[in-house]
Design a binder for this molecule. Sequence first.
Ligand SMILES: *[C@@H]1O[C@H](CO)[C@@H](O)[C@H](O)[C@H]1NC(C)=O
Ligand SMILES: *[C@@H]1O[C@H](CO)[C@@H](O)[C@H](O)[C@H]1NC(C)=O
Ligand SMILES: *[C@@H]1O[C@H](CO)[C@@H](O)[C@H](O)[C@H]1NC(C)=O
Ligand SMILES: *[C@@H]1O[C@H](CO)[C@@H](O)[C@H](O)[C@H]1NC(C)=O
Ligand SMILES: *[C@@H]1O[C@H](CO)[C@@H](O)[C@H](O)[C@H]1NC(C)=O
Ligand SMILES: *[C@@H]1O[C@H](CO)[C@@H](O)[C@H](O)[C@H]1NC(C)=O
Ligand SMILES: *[C@@H]1O[C@H](CO)[C@@H](O)[C@H](O)[C@H]1NC(C)=O
Ligand SMILES: *[C@@H]1O[C@H](CO)[C@@H](O)[C@H](O)[C@H]1NC(C)=O
Length: 319
Amino acid sequence: MFASKLLICSALLMLSGAVLSQSSISLKDAKFKTPDASSEHPAPLTSTTTTSTSTTSTTTEKPTTSSSTSTIAPPTSPTTSTEPPKTTTTPAPVPSTTPAPQPFPSPAVGTWNASCIMLQMAAQLNFTYETKDGNLTHGLYNIPSNATVEDKDCDKQTVQTIHLIWGPDTSKQSFLMFFDNKNDSTVLSSIQIHLTLLPEEFPNAKENQTLQLIHRSDGEFKTPEKMSYHCTRAQKLNLTETIDAKQLIGWITVSNVQVEAFRSANATGFSTVHDCDSSETSDVVPIAVGIALAALILVVLISYLCARRRSTSRGYMSF
Ligand SMILES: *[C@@H]1O[C@H](CO)[C@@H](O)[C@H](O)[C@H]1NC(C)=O
Ligand SMILES: *[C@@H]1O[C@H](CO)[C@@H](O)[C@H](O)[C@H]1NC(C)=O
Ligand SMILES: *[C@@H]1O[C@H](CO)[C@@H](O)[C@H](O)[C@H]1NC(C)=O
Ligand SMILES: *[C@@H]1O[C@H](CO)[C@@H](O)[C@H](O)[C@H]1NC(C)=O
Ligand SMILES: *[C@@H]1O[C@H](CO)[C@@H](O)[C@H](O)[C@H]1NC(C)=O
Ligand SMILES: *[C@@H]1O[C@H](CO)[C@@H](O)[C@H](O)[C@H]1NC(C)=O
Ligand SMILES: *[C@@H]1O[C@H](CO)[C@@H](O)[C@H](O)[C@H]1NC(C)=O
Ligand SMILES: *[C@@H]1O[C@H](CO)[C@@H](O)[C@H](O)[C@H]1NC(C)=O
């Protein structure tokens, strides 16, 4: 009887020991994950090396292009890629009404330096515009990575601006980003885009259509002073026609963002990174520590109970 109790106790101890070691492994994993991107969940399971992470990062970008295909080409079949190209008679895609059926390219990452503001991002617009026959439709547009810094406002201590332009001289397209500095942190205050729908890019658009697209920030890109905001994943920011409008007219999707405003004049490159997902990962570590502590307490408790039982049973035996 005493031997069986000892057996049960030692079994319990081994079990709790297993729990403890497992939770400490997960703690190690959590600590290992923190500096990396959030797209690494399959890595600990398969135990493959860094090649798997690169493939996952490329697959994360693909859904945006595939979703753009489905929206751009509502009429024709998406199966054309599987068939050999010579069998079907192509119905001359160049002229008439329907847009080209190939997927819309994902935006390229651009880097811009306006001394007080350094900006790196890839941005795609999805907006509503009026067609020649008076209907509303959706258009996609990538901010070109070779846009140039036209202007900047670096003088003020509380508000700074970067102004990018691109396109033909007759109709310059523009992109402005405003940053606020308050309470020792930097935050995006608004994005303002002026887009002229050129007939070569939007052949079905009503003539001379110029759109004003404004995002009024709700504290996006917030980062402590003297740090740069970094976010690899795509973020969808809503766009309205004026700063106070209630009706949405589109979205700007930004990815691979790194931005820093209110830089000192002699700074080189970006300052220390403040990642948008760092707050999520920092939660994992306390949780893992908590689990490990709970397991430790369990082990101590069980061994204490076992020791007590053994001593009491010894007490009975000695009688
Ligand atoms: C563009 O926006 C419209 C309306 O919000 C949506 O239906 C469509 O799927 C979007 N397209 C892409 C490629 O995000
Ligand atoms: C455009 O609107 C007209 C009526 O105003 C309608 O007949 C036509 O189907 C619409 N076209 C599209 C592409 O929605
Ligand atoms: C930017 O790139 C486009 C093609 O991607 C090209 O047509 C245009 O001339 C370039 N603009 C500048 C300013 O280099
Ligand atoms: C700055 O932060 C303090 C507390 O952290 C808050 O009470 C105050 O309203 C903030 N000021 C601004 C301008 O956000
Ligand atoms: C568009 O603008 C051009 C020149 O700016 C002008 O000649 C033309 O009449 C305009 N078209 C419409 C429909 O307003
Ligand atoms: C746009 O998004 C912001 C948050 O980024 C939100 O506060 C605001 O209500 C949204 N605007 C509209 C018109 O939905
Ligand atoms: C940058 O300039 C400031 C004064 O504008 C100076 O205090 C600081 O030491 C300089 N930093 C470097 C790294 O040169
Ligand atoms: C940004 O431009 C400023 C001059 O306007 C230059 O001194 C600085 O080295 C540039 N920084 C980078 C990272 O290119």
